[in-house]
Design a protein around this ligand. Structure first.
Ligand SMILES: *Cc1c(COP(=O)(O)O)cnc(C)c1O
Length: 411
């Protein structure tokens, strides 16, 4: 035990040497296009608050009202006595928004992935994930005990090859042991609709056709699509006309929705099963009612006329940032793909170089984080720029000036 502190120090030294050390930066202001960091104001191109709702008066007011009516804490898990009205109202609003029969909210998107995937899958099942899905899905898939297969990013041939393999496996299931898991051998495919670190889109139509052909279920994580895609702005599933064809819709309330928490939408049976089986839901105190109330206000705002206006603004800024990224590639970094989303990564490659560039940008008043392993693969470090509805065109001009200054310094 005495050697433990030294081994932690050794591990941290290794993390530093690899350019992978991370530290928390205290922000002294609300989320927004400008943040206060170390006594300085920086233009913020790092947040996932795409529609600018995290500090919106409607969400703040909803949270304050919920504190007044329901107090600060929920007191217990939802199944004990913490299932306060704001959670039910939020779930109804989400089910309606996502055109699903039912919805269950969790304390975070991470908890939603963990609880759902481990409840649905056991050792006799197969889970097939895209190479670039979020860590919450990877962790849950591993933890579920199901056979885990990874398909190359957005590669339909690779996915089909694995589905064929899974079909052969599921024809000869091992004898079942008694368990609360579903009794037959199941195959679940999981992808994101908009990929969080690359900003590119999954070929959802083709994936839906494949999972239908092979009798698998599909789970789509819409963390970065909710609020941004579709006429009703409910996500990429709606946008590409797949409403009703995806068994498990996952999302977070912490990004475009502007609050915190995670959710799953699906059939009544699925949601009833999760209430009874998802351990991250059952064995966890309900979130504070204020977060549910704020999230519900966010879901409503997204669907309002103001939501439409904010949606138009974020896409204008995204187009502007994409042109900028394109004009700077490859001096600063490669732009991953001209994917239509408010996430524009400049892929630098080397971890320490990405950190130096992020520092140089901060000196010029611009905050963009250096995203590194294990969030992305080694050697794929990047400046991940995100834009929001509250950025002014002029903010993008300042961003352009700062990026050009760094690019010139490098040459
Ligand atoms: C952020 C994120 C999550 C986790 O959601 P939280 O609510 O932040 O826990 C899951 N999936 C993706 C793709 C994400 O970007």
């Amino acid at each position: 035990m005495k050697t433990w502190p030294r081994s932690l120090e050794g591990a941290l030294a290794g993390i530093r040497d690899a350019g992978l050390h991370r530290q928390l930066r205290e922000i002294d202001s609300p989320q927004g296009p400008r943040i206060q960091l170390d006594g300085r104001e920086l233009i913020n191109f790092s947040s996932n608050d795409y529609l600018g709702l995290a500090n919106h008066p409607a969400l703040r007011e909803a949270a304050i009202r919920a504190v007044r009516d329901f107090g600060a804490g929920a007191g217990a898990s939802r199944l004990i006595c913490g299932s306060l009205k704001p959670f039910h109202e939020l779930e109804e609003a989400l089910a309606d928004f996502k055109r699903a029969k039912a919805c269950l909210t969790f304390s975070s998107g991470y908890a939603a992935a963990m609880g759902t995937i481990t409840a649905l899958l056991g050792r006799n099942d197969v889970v097939i994930i895209d190479k670039l899905v979020h860590a919450s899905i990877v962790d849950a898939a591993r933890h579920s005990g199901a056979t885990l297969r990874v398909f190359k990013h957005n590669d339909l041939d690779d996915l089909e090859r694995i589905l064929q393999w899974a079909q052969r496996q599921t024809r000869n299931p091992e004898p079942e042991t008694r368990s609360s898991k579903p009794e037959t051998r199941n195959v679940l495919v999981i992808t994101e609709s908009v990929f969080s670190m690359d900003g590119d889109l999954a070929p959802l139509k083709e994936i839906v056709e494949l999972k239908d052909r092979y009798g698998a279920w599909l789970m789509v994580d819409e963390a970065h699509a909710t609020g941004l895609f579709g006429e009703r702005r409910s996500g990429l599933i709606e946008h590409v006309g797949l409403t009703g064809r995806v068994e498990i819709q996952m999302g977070t309330l912490g990004k475009a929705v502007g609050a915190a928490g995670g959710f799953i939408c699906g059939s009544r049976t699925l949601i009833d099963f999760l209430v009874n089986s998802a351990r991250s839901f059952i064995f966890s105190t309900a979130p504070v009612p204020a977060s549910a109330a704020a999230a519900r206000a966010g879901v409503e705002l997204i669907q309002s006329a103001e939501g439409a206006d904010r949606h138009r603004r974020v896409w204008e800024r995204a187009a502007q940032a994409q042109r900028l990224g394109g004009s700077l590639s490859p001096q600063i970094g490669r732009v991953a793909e001209a994917a239509p989303s408010p996430i524009i990564p400049l892929i630098v490659g080397n971890e320490s170089e990405a950190v130096r560039q992020a520092e140089a940008l901060r000196e010029r008043g611009v905050f963009i984080p250096a995203i590194r392993f294990p969030t992305v693969a080694r050697g794929e470090a990047r400046l991940r720029m995100t834009v929001t509805a509250d950025h002014a065109p002029n903010d993008l001009d300042q961003l352009a000036a700062a990026l050009r200054a760094i690019a010139n310094r490098k040459l």
